[in-house]
Ligand binder design. Structure first.
Ligand code: GLN
Length: 307
């Protein structure tokens, strides 16, 4: 079956599920998003793109941004980064504080909030200021996506800053353990800004092609990260990309992937393509409910799973 027909079939099959799940309300600026939306996009290695539904609707990428920041931090610090953020699944919700206390302020992985906040701290140090770090993160996303129009939703960033008490607690706890170099407010501002970057499914699928191709973007031919590092990022996406539902995502979908509470998920088919879905209503683990189902249908229908 042609990929565009696969997408249309999935669109029809998930339609009855829309309405299940809940949009994220702990970030007030995200609470009013229409939960009935669904979009899905694919970008192949040769640049060919397919999309269905709201695949050009922009949304808050939230934790998907952690893939870009981790890539930049690995590039800057290489193996030195593992002293500050580990590479094991957490088995806990994305914003949990408990494990961080008994593991002495070293987050389990870069895709839970604590890990991504430490990664952000490392980027603020590396690029010498919060403004420069954010500019580098945004320009890296422009480079990965080949689209320099991508920008940040300041209203969402401000809303996170005003209500992100758990993230403040995580940052404060890591600071108390000595795993934090800069001021917690300046780092959190940068973290909330990169979470509030706005992209659509089509742009997201395009931006992750480097991870499907050993770190080199097959369209621009630029090496964005080396192949060993790309392998490591993909393995963490598989084991940690969906927090305490990462095992379930691997079981059902079988691809490295990353979700965000804005309702997006990206997944990587090594050597072939990257896929992104958008549907803002979330399951209990904070992952797009219909998005996960759509990706499960995709790998079942096409056989494009890594297993
Ligand atoms: N910005 C969100 C937060 O820090 C990201 C969480 C997510 O997408 N899982 O809570």
């Amino acid at each position: 079956m042609e990929l565009k027909d696969v997408l249309s079939e999935i669109h029809q099959e998930v339609a009855p599920l829309l309405g299940q799940g809940k949009v994220a309300t702990y970030i007030p600026a995200l609470a009013n998003v229409d939960p009935m939306q669904f979009g899905m996009a694919i970008t192949l290695n040769n640049g060919q793109q397919f999309g269905v539904g709201s695949y050009q609707t922009a949304f808050s990428i939230q934790s998907i941004s952690k893939v870009f920041t981790y890539t930049l931090a690995l590039r800057a610090y290489q193996d030195g980064l593992y002293k500050r953020v580990w590479r094991e699944p957490s088995g806990n919700p994305f914003n949990s504080l408990v494990q961080l206390e008994y593991e002495a302020g070293i987050p389990r992985n870069p895709f839970i909030n604590a890990g991504a906040i430490v990664v952000c701290d490392s980027l603020v140090s590396h690029f010498s200021s919060e403004t420069k770090a954010f500019d580098k993160i945004l320009s890296f996303i422009h480079e990965c996506s080949g689209d320099s129009n991508i920008t940040v939703d300041e209203v969402v960033a401000q809303s996170e800053m005003e209500h992100g008490y758990r993230n403040l607690a995580l940052a404060g706890l890591m600071k108390s353990f000595g795993n934090f170099d800069n001021g917690i407010i300046e780092v959190l501002k940068t973290y909330f800004k990169h979470c509030s970057i706005v992209m659509n499914a089509q742009q997201l699928s395009r931006s992750m092609l480097y991870l499907a191709n050993d770190g080199t973007d097959p369209i621009s031919k630029k090496q964005l990260i080396n192949s060993t590092q790309a392998k490591r990022i993909n393995s963490l996406l598989l084991t940690c990309g969906h927090y305490d539902a990462s095992g379930d995502f691997a079981f059902r979908v079988g691809l490295p992937g990353k979700s965000g509470v804005g309702g997006g998920i990206v997944a990587v088919v090594p050597g072939v393509m990257a896929i992104a879905v958008y549907s803002p209503a979330l399951n209990e683990s904070g992952n797009s409910l219909v998005g996960t189902k759509a990706l499960e249908l995709f790998t079942t229908k096409t056989g494009y799973s890594i297993f």
